[in-house]
Design a protein around this ligand. Sequence first.
Ligand SMILES: [Fe+2]
Ligand SMILES: [Fe+2]
Length: 178
Amino acid sequence: MSGWRPGDRRPDRASMLRVNQAGEYGATRIYAGQLAVLRGNSPASKLIARMNGQEQRHLARFDQLMAERRVRPTALQPVWNVAGFALGAATALMSEQAAMACTDAVETEIDGHYGRQLEELGDDDPELAADIKEFRAEELDHRDSARKAGAAQTFGYPLLTAAIRVACRVAIGLSKRI
Ligand SMILES: [Fe+2]
Ligand SMILES: [Fe+2]
């Protein structure tokens, strides 16, 4: 698949921006929940604070593109505010490794999500594609950092990450439309 050809459906870039902004917003809320629980000087909380800084940059960029292109945000923002914070706080309360497993699971889904968007966009919107490419690389770095920090040592890792990945897929599906 490479881009739009006559007869193809044009990628719905408003929906892409909406779901991406929702996802980056959710990421900042997850990390806010984790940082509210973890102590500020542990290696895990330093890593989370660094990743959170990048999520805030991603979010600011999608906010800007949405304003420029007059795309409305998802109506589910208040839900992601609470759900993201709760997921972050809950995983951090389980353990630092569980907080890492949360990032591992979320970024695995986001990598696939951004990859599919890039395929769908092809050469259609180089401005948006460049941002997605850059952010995707940083999300993969988050996933790898979380794995290095011991995500897989979490008790119940397969079940926990599977559940979080399902939740991500549901959130992505909803934020595209609503
Ligand atoms: Fe991000
Ligand atoms: Fe991330």
